[in-house]
Design a protein around this ligand. Structure first.
Ligand SMILES: O=C(O)CCC(=O)C(=O)O
Ligand SMILES: [Fe+2]
Length: 200
């Protein structure tokens, strides 16, 4: 089913509201942001503990914020760097579009199809109840899978396009899980930015 075919789609699901803008940035702007972010962001690869075993996280990440509040998830604590000019410009454009303020951005670099982000919810305490999370994608198109924790029929997939904006809000992080799965298809790199609002 193609849930999201319009320029701007608001999807009301049980316990979640998703807003998707496939062409938030033009191709030219998205191409430029992809290159500049890939080259200038302080990408790092952290170790994570899964079922008691230490693994290198299957993607590179970085954290930038307007404050010094650290962000912890999956046994990792990240210390933010101050926003770069590009990140600030992107943040302002999103804030104007959706009339919501963000303090922090967590960036992911999926180098190829072997990089991934397992089933999870963005439900850390620092985000507060029912957080608004704005997710921007540049580069290779990867499917974003999301499933309701209790309603098994509620399972969907959305291809996150180059230059697209996806906003997750409502009770989504409480009731749903999402992932970026690995793929054996030969695909290029993808950069994702998730803007969040952290309580100091
Ligand atoms: O790469 C994506 O689209 C999702 C990233 C994500 O879920 C996260 O960083 O929490
Ligand atoms: Fe997430």
């Amino acid at each position: 089913m193609d849930l999201f075919s319009e320029e701007k789609t608001l999807l009301q699901l049980p316990n979640a509201e998703l807003l998707y803008l496939p062409h938030f940035f033009s191709k030219t702007e998205a191409d430029a942001y992809f290159e500049i972010l890939k080259a200038t962001i302080a990408w790092q690869q952290d170790d994570i503990k899964v079922f008691g075993k230490i693994h290198a996280q299957p993607r590179l990440t970085a954290l930038y914020a307007e404050n010094e509040t650290p962000y912890s998830y999956s046994n990792i604590t990240m210390q933010p760097k101050p926003f770069t000019a590009e990140l600030l410009a992107i943040k302002t454009k999103i804030e104007q579009e959706i009339q919501h303020r963000f303090s922090t951005v967590l960036l992911n670099l999926y180098r190829d199809g072997a990089d991934s982000n397992g089933w999870h919810a963005d439900n850390e305490k620092e985000l507060g109840k029912n957080p608004v999370i704005a997710s921007l994608s540049f580069g290779a198109v990867r499917p974003f899978h999301f499933k309701h924790r209790q309603i098994k029929a509620q399972r969907h997939k959305l291809d996150l396009e180059h230059g697209s904006l996806l906003v997750m809000r409502g009770e989504m992080q409480q009731y749903w899980l999402h992932q970026i799965a690995k793929t054996k298809k030969p695909i290029g790199s993808r950069i994702n930015l998730t803007f969040r609002s952290l309580k100091e």
